[in-house]
Design a protein around this ligand. Structure first.
Ligand code: EPZ
Length: 429
């Protein structure tokens, strides 16, 4: 069993390099299935969701090889539809982009239901709505999503009922080589949607409007290979910004796109932090006391839902009563129980967190309940004087590349320990 052991109470100081974005890399990796040729992807983070995705693609006939750290070559020339491994696919959420790329290339698809963080139901009805509009007949039986079509994907107009990152990306991928023009209305505007559109256009697609809520895709006959660098991970960057403020430190965060961080920057300034922006970095300092604020999570460019747990940990240490309204997912509050174990005065009222800050947090044995909840307890542990042990850390490693090493380079006393299984004493009833 593995744990992360944190001896907290010291401010973070120094500078850290942000890795490539997991949530931008995933759709782009699966979009390579559209290409009968080689794609070279740069700035790929070394996280387990990516490793799992490479295994899934190898399993359907792709050749995947690392050229150097963070640089991977994918050759999907000999990929076949409907062969992905059910158990691998259900390990992550991003595997559902294989539906769009198999449908776009072969006119059919068969992929197991995706997995991902447990925030409640996480339906895929908008994905299905998009595939049906593109001429697919979709069935969901036996744990699989299956798409059939007469003659492949064909262009259509689609108006999504809500802003969905995954559905926007999946339909954009399927439409890139469809027969005709597709217009997606009420599209998600996240930077990783723009990144995937840019990747596809580099492969010869004709996509315009990504980043706005209307995306137009003129289907092309075939895509060609390319070399493409993934954008920096805005959520990893935001997590380090919040950790710097929570520990009352001073950290320069390099390899970021400041514009992607605007909503987080604005909130941290509201709390009393100072944030200086450079071309590809931000400098976060905490000159004075940190005070309460209110947050509502929204689709981009609003405050990201993936930053809500980290912000909650920070607000536990701020003076006053703060509120976080989680408007995107119906239940991503499982981590709150772990913060309570550390003395947080925090309660959930419907979809609103009420956080009574000001009292220092104290160490306790806690678990990572999901990817971002795991980083929230890690940030809490960095502020708590004493030793905190965090279990279930594989959930954190799904989306953060060497987070312990990066925090140690900022002065944190944090390490990953591997305990032999017999060290797990049987519970005595
Ligand atoms: C992506 O999930 C990210 N995951 C999530 O990041 C992120 O929280 C989310 O986008 C929002 O930004 C990946 O990119 C792999 P959505 P996704 O479709 O695509 C509902 C992390 O920590 N919905 O934008 O699943 C859905 O239930 C993860 O890195 C439908 O109702 O998010 C949610 O309430 C966690 N029907 C809302 O829309 C659908 O068909 C937004 O979901 C699809 C979504």
């Amino acid at each position: 069993m593995e744990k992360i052991v944190v001896s907290g109470g010291a401010p973070l100081f120094g500078q850290v390099e942000i890795s490539g974005s997991k949530n931008a890399a995933l759709p782009i990796i699966y979009a390579c299935v559209l290409v009968k040729g080689k794609c070279v992807l740069e700035n790929i983070p070394d996280v387990s969701d990516i490793r799992t995705s490479f295994e899934i693609l190898r399993g359907i006939g792709a050749e995947v090889r690392m050229l150097s750290r963070g640089v991977w070559e994918l050759d999907c020339t000999n990929v076949e539809a409907g062969r992905s491994d059910y158990e691998l696919v259900r390990k992550i959420r991003g595997s559902y982009y294989l539906l769009g790329s198999e449908f776009g290339r072969f006119g059919r698809a068969r992929v197991g239901f995706p997995g991902g963080c447990n925030f409640g139901v996480r339906p895929i009805d908008q994905h299905i709505k998009g595939f049906e509009a593109l001429g697919g007949t979709v069935s969901t039986e036996g744990g699989y999503v299956e798409i059939e079509s007469e003659s492949g994907a064909r262009g259509a107009n689609i108006f999504f009922d809500l802003s969905s990152v995954g559905a926007t990306l999946n339909v954009m991928i399927a439409a890139a080589t469809a027969d005709g023009v597709t217009v997606i209305d009420n599209a998600a505007r996240e930077p990783h949607v723009v990144d995937c559109a840019n990747f596809l256009n580099t492969c010869g697609a004709q996509i315009s409007g990504a980043g706005s809520d209307v995306i137009k895709i003129k289907g092309v006959k075939e895509l060609h290979g390319c070399t493409y660098a993934i954008i920096p991970d805005m959520i990893e960057a935001g997590s380090f910004m919040v950790a710097a403020v929570a520990t009352r430190g001073s950290v320069r965060i390099n390899n970021v796109i400041p514009k992607h961080l605007e909503s987080v920057t604005a909130k941290l300034i509201e709390c009393g932090a100072e944030v200086e922006e450079f071309d590809d970095a931000v400098m976060v300092t905490t000159p004075g006391s940190i005070r309460r604020t209110s947050v509502k999570t929204l689709p981009y460019p609003g405050f990201p839902t993936d930053m809500h747990p980290q912000m909650a940990a920070l607000l536990c240490t701020a003076e006053g009563v703060s509120y976080i309204n989680e408007s995107v997912f119906e239940n991503r509050f499982r981590y709150v129980e772990e913060l309570r174990r550390m003395g947080a005065r925090i309660k959930v009222d419907g979809r609103v967190l009420v956080i009574e800050g000001g009292a220092p947090l104290s160490p306790a044995p806690v678990i990572a309940t999901d990817l971002r909840g795991g980083v929230a307890v890690m940030i809490a542990a960095l502020t708590a004087k004493g030793v905190t042990e965090i279990s279930e850390i594989r959930l954190i490693e799904r989306g953060y590349d060497d987070i312990c090493g990066k925090l140690r380079s900022l002065g944190a006393d944090i390490k990953k320990v591997v305990l032999p299984d017999e060290a797990i004493l049987p519970r005595v009833n």
